[in-house]
Design a protein. Structure first.
Length: 129
């Protein structure tokens, strides 16, 4: 199953008989793939589950869990990319506002977490890990 490169991807698990109607009510869908078999279902979830493993191949991973308004996630991740450098991956749970942030740096490099944490506080968020 090919996945188009994009700034944002949404993995949505739906348990309803009328998935088409459900998806038609979600605005701004440019492209989608849908599993129709258990094998496809597992393949789609494997993409999500392999994010942390893929990050480890990029370098030393600093992992964080933050919670704050999901409308600010993209801006937060973009700011982290700009301020920290390295390879920054943001993904999470829209339903509860939990953002996983993986910051991958070359071994031996480091960064000051203070501004990252201050940005979470400015967003009225919390730090869980």
């Amino acid at each position: 199953m090919p996945v188009k490169e994009s700034d944002h991807l949404l993995l949505l698990e739906v348990t309803t008989e009328d998935v088409g109607e459900f998806l038609s009510e979600i605005p701004d869908f440019d492209d989608s793939i849908m599993s129709t078999t258990e094998k496809e279902y597992r393949a789609i979830w494997k993409i999500r589950e392999d994010i942390a493993e893929a990050a480890n191949k990029e370098g030393l991973v600093h992992s964080y869990d933050f919670s704050f308004d999901i409308r600010k996630w993209s801006e937060f991740v973009q700011k982290a990319r700009k301020d920290i450098g390295g390879y920054v991956i943001g993904y999470g749970h829209i339903g509860d506002g939990n953002l996983h942030l993986n910051i991958c740096l070359e071994r031996g490099k480091s960064f000051d977490e203070t501004e990252l944490f201050n940005e979470v506080v400015r967003n009225k968020g919390s730090i869980s890990a």
